[in-house]
Design a protein around this ligand. Structure first.
Ligand code: SAH
Length: 408
């Protein structure tokens, strides 16, 4: 199906960000008449429409896909003026993204067979997430603009997978991100190519074995913490580790293999803990498990009772409206973590809220340290793994930040 082209004009002054390769055009940046035309495309998500985005004087800026119901009305995909050949464009982008991870040894090396293969805007393919988990590929389409190009995108994906990853057995679509419902898209699960993955897929990360359940639930595995798990594990030989918000046990398993004396995993989800239990067994380890609310658990810990703690909560600031409450929760969790640690104790603490900057997170952490009455050293400032790259022109892609600290 040929794409229809809609010319769009931005308000004066709004051309700066797209010119600097920022990929989002908010509805407020578009002149009223053009905006209404785009918003009226709502309900026609199957029509393939490309926006030709111009500045207020009609000078070409970029090509974009349209998300009629989103505040981010256009997501830019190409900055060359000639009409893009989308099949060529997306195939190239997939190949580039895959080759980068393959060269890093994250895709099919003897040590590691799982990672994020495509991180949406940060890899130039807005609204598309692709993970490799063992022999399977899991793809998520997160935005309406990409949903309308679904078959084209999936064809490009299949062709790039076949070219670069001959060992892959199947490609599964698990489109169930929160963003979809906001754009009026239903959840969608489907076999895209090859063999259907089972409920459980096993893979390696840094020579450790993990199971993931990518189907029927939001996330298979948090690949973004790969480097941070390894770094943390270097501090825990011979000491006890309590892993709060453990999910499937990533931090604990690295710590156990690195020689931690004992492991204790805490999560409020029974299914996360049962996956963690299976992962522990696969790696020949044992642990204590507690199903509890992280904040209540941390508050209940006696002072100076813990040798090492991980605090990796879910996104506590999902929207601007929740900023104050979320920051208070980060402060509270960190305060009780610091309070519970012995002198010399190690804390790995994280925020995966994109709306909380590194600076703000550190400020909150410093307040928590101050209120604890202890002296706290920052050893490392942490970031998401390189399979979740961050474009300088799109700082929104940075969401994970963390600190490894030591209590004096
Ligand atoms: N550290 C993990 C990832 C953590 S994801 C890893 O390395 O893989 C966040 C986890 O927090 C999820 O498993 C979720 O079930 C859990 N969670 C969410 N809210 C919680 C709460 N209030 N108390 C305890 N756990 C919670």
């Amino acid at each position: 199906m040929a794409s229809q082209i809609v010319p769009v004009h931005l308000k004066p002054g709004k051309e700066k960000m797209p010119r600097l390769f920022h990929p989002w055009i908010f509805s407020g940046a578009i002149i009223d008449g053009d905006r209404k035309i785009l918003q009226n495309l709502s309900g026609k998500v199957n029509s393939q429409v490309l926006a030709r985005v111009n500045d207020s004087r009609g000078n070409f800026l970029a090509w974009g896909i349209i998300n009629p119901r989103s505040q981010i009305l256009i997501r830019l995909v190409d900055w060359y003026e000639s009409l893009p050949d989308l099949t060529k464009l997306f195939t190239q982008l997939f190949l580039q993204a895959f080759r980068f991870r393959i060269n890093l040894g994250l895709v099919d090396s003897p040590q590691t067979s799982g990672c994020r293969l495509v991180f949406s805007e940060s890899d130039g393919i807005p609204g598309i997430i692709v993970d490799k988990i063992g022999n399977y590929i899991i793809v998520q389409i997160e935005v309406a603009g990409m949903e309308s190009f679904r078959s084209l995108i999936l064809e490009c994906l299949i062709s790039a997978v076949k070219t670069t990853m001959p060992g892959v057995l199947g490609i599964w679509e698990q489109s169930d991100g929160d963003g979809r419902s906001l754009e009026g898209l239903p959840k969608h699960e489907e076999l895209v190519w090859g063999e259907e993955p089972g409920e459980e897929i096993s893979f390696y990360e840094n020579s450790l074995t993990f199971l993931a359940h990518p189907r029927g639930q939001k996330t298979g595995f948090y690949f973004d913490q790969r480097e941070n798990r390894k770094l943390f594990s270097q501090y825990v030989k011979g000491i006890s580790v309590t892993d709060v918000c453990s999910y499937s046990g990533g931090f604990s398993i690295y710590a156990g293999i690195a020689g931690a004396k004992s492991l204790h995993m805490v999560d409020n989800s029974a299914s996360a803990l049962s996956l963690a239990r299976a992962n522990l067994q696969l790696n020949g380890l044992s642990a204590q498990f507690t199903q509890a609310d992280a904040f209540e658990f941390l508050r209940s810990l006696p002072s100076s009772s813990q040798e090492a703690l991980v605090f990796d909560p879910p996104k506590l600031v999902p929207s601007r409206k929740t900023l104050d409450r979320g920051l208070r929760a980060y402060k509270d969790g960190n305060l009780h973590s610091i309070r519970a640690l012995v002198p010399g104790g190690i804390l790995a603490t994280f925020s995966c809220s994109g709306l909380v900057s590194q600076e703000t997170f550190e400020e909150v952490f410093s307040y928590a340290a101050k209120d604890s009455g202890k002296r706290v050293q920052i050893l490392h400032r942490l970031h998401q793994a390189p399979c979740h790259p961050v474009l300088t022109s799109f700082p929104e892609g940075r969401y994970l930040k963390g600190i490894i600290a030591r209590i004096l």
